[in-house]
Design a protein around this ligand. Structure first.
Ligand code: HEM
Length: 110
């Protein structure tokens, strides 16, 4: 699995969130900060949301994918259950979060 699938999962997560009233449509992701993006792989690898690096370099390719801020955030919430993303749900299914975790453990291949 490559980056295109990761992007698809995250884009679909936003699309599902936006189509669930009363959520914003379009979602306003600007509050996360200026480098919050997964348009291309380098964007995602550099992305920061509210001060937290989404994928810390030290968790890539060494079995620590479950410790990536992105994975914790999507699975349970980085700052407690109320902070699980996308904010308030609907959330990304566990099977898809696991796909992203596996991709990080595989070294974030293209
Ligand atoms: C380190 C990772 C992240 C942190 C710390 C974080 C934090 C936050 C916080 C504090 C808010 C509420 C304040 C605001 O609107 O800015 C928020 C909103 C939101 N976040 Fe995140 N977030 C993270 C990653 C993500 C990811 C990966 C997604 C999507 C898959 C996401 C989707 C959203 C959405 C849809 C909203 C609501 C936007 C709106 O109100 O229009 N966030 N996030």
């Amino acid at each position: 699995m490559g980056f295109a699938r990761v992007k698809e999962i995250l884009d679909q997560g936003i699309a599902n969130w936006q189509s669930s009233p009363p959520n914003d449509n379009p979602a306003d992701l600007s509050g996360h900060g200026p480098t919050f993006s997964w348009s291309m792989k380098p964007d995602l690898l550099a992305a920061v949301g509210h001060g937290a690096r989404l994928i810390q370099p030290e968790v890539i390719g060494n079995g620590k994918g479950s410790q990536a801020n992105l994975i914790i955030d999507l699975r349970t919430g980085l700052r407690g259950p109320g902070s699980r993303m996308p904010k308030g749900g609907p959330y990304i299914p566990e099977s898809q979060v696991k796909e992203i975790e596996d991709w990080i453990n595989a070294g974030c291949p293209d």
